[in-house]
Design a protein around this ligand. Structure first.
Ligand code: AMP
Ligand code: ZN
Length: 138
């Protein structure tokens, strides 16, 4: 049993707007939404990040995210959505129980990411590719 907010919501200790209640995952409205209908899709079992999830649970969570995203987009009358997960505090994860955000989007909604991107210097992308491939083989 953990003290995390999502586990407490599942136990009925904290109220939430449950919009999907499946056998291995559930979804609630975010109390501080980026846009109307912003929803969190959460595995019932407590795991901190995507990488800790057993593969079968990750697959079920992905399926639940698809079901929920379809419904949320319809309810919001949205044109699209962002599907994202923060993993670990450094990335912005505030609640240490893995969850997808489904954020309905419309053209011109003025919701902005703060990412700053820049291209690799010449020759660097090949080296990065080698290092990532090597890490994936370990
Ligand atoms: P993250 O930063 O990816 O861990 O996202 C956590 C999200 O949970 C934030 O968007 C919060 O607004 C949301 N949140 C925090 N407490 C609650 C709660 N009691 N019910 C619903 N959403 C919550
Ligand atoms: Zn939890």
């Amino acid at each position: 049993m953990t003290d995390c907010i999502f586990c407490r919501i599942l136990r009925g200790e904290i109220p939430a707007q449950m919009v999907y209640d499946g056998p291995r995952a559930f979804a609630i409205l975010d109390i501080n939404p980026v846009s109307w209908g912003h929803t969190l899709v959460i595995p019932r079992d407590h795991f901190e990040t995507w990488n800790e999830l057993p593969a079968d649970l990750a697959a079920e969570l992905a399926k639940a995210a698809q079901v929920v995203a379809r419904g949320v987009v319809k309810a919001a009358g949205a044109e699209g959505f962002n599907l994202l997960m923060n993993n670990h505090r450094c990335s912005g994860q505030a609640i240490a129980h893995a969850h997808f955000h489904v954020i309905p989007r419309k053209t011109g909604d003025e919701i902005k990411y703060q990412w700053k991107t820049k291209p690799y210097d010449p020759g660097v992308i090949e080296k990065v590719g080698s290092e990532v491939r090597a890490a994936l083989m370990k």
